[in-house]
Ligand binder design. Structure first.
Ligand code: IMP
Length: 191
């Protein structure tokens, strides 16, 4: 079965294709979509749904899923959340975002946080969402050279290495995104 994954990020297609074996994932470039899909909602779930709906409505696609992810820090009332990509400004600079998080948390002892991913699926006109969460803590300084975004300061619960210190395979076994995509997979397999 072919299914469009509404992302312009080929790394994400590769990462999620490895989980969704048996399905042929089609990226946005493959359906001629080269625009930035709007993400203008105040929640991660609504943004994921917005992206999937946009592709279905504008590109004549039937089966499509999209995902949206945010880092939610307890002491900052869930910030940066839906604004994770542009926390430090519209340039979406990962280094600046991490720096801002570390600065904001400087005076807090509670450094607990979570990544939340919502996958939104539209299939045969019906909408479904699947959520993956991983709890952890924000470290006081960056380390590791893998991953992206906030990985160099996110230490998952029960682990001794942060996401940037793990291999891609190790991260993809436990991550928020993997959890949400596994729920999507079992839904597709059992329908
Ligand atoms: P997106 O929904 O994947 O575009 O993610 C929004 C922002 O959240 C990204 O720009 C990253 O800063 C951050 N982010 C998403 N997933 C991860 C992850 O797995 N590790 C670290 N940061 C992430």
């Amino acid at each position: 079965m072919k299914i469009v994954f509404a992302t312009g990020n080929p790394h994400k297609v590769e990462e999620i294709q490895a989980i969704l074996k048996g399905y042929e994932l089609i990226g946005l470039a493959d359906i001629g979509c080269h625009e930035d899909i709007p993400e203008t909602n105040p929640t991660i779930k609504e943004n994921a749904l917005q992206k999937a709906r946009y592709v279905v409505e504008n590109y004549g696609v039937k089966n499509c899923f999209a995902e949206d992810t945010g880092l939610e820090i307890d002491a900052l009332n869930g910030e940066p959340g839906v604004y994770s990509a542009r926390y430090a400004g519209p340039e979406k600079d990962a280094d600046a975002n991490v720096h801002k998080v570390l600065a904001k948390l400087a005076n807090y002892s509670d450094r607990s946080a979570q990544f939340r991913t919502v996958v939104a699926l539209i299939i045969e006109g019906e909408e479904y969402t699947f959520e993956g969460i991983i709890r952890g803590t924000i470290q006081t300084e960056k380390s590791g050279s893998g991953g992206f975004g906030y990985d160099p300061v996110f230490l998952p619960e029960g682990e001794t290495r942060n996401f940037a210190e793990m291999s891609a395979d190790e991260k993809n076994k436990i991550s928020h995104r993997a959890k949400a995509v596994l729920l999507l997979k079992s839904f597709l397999e059992n329908r």
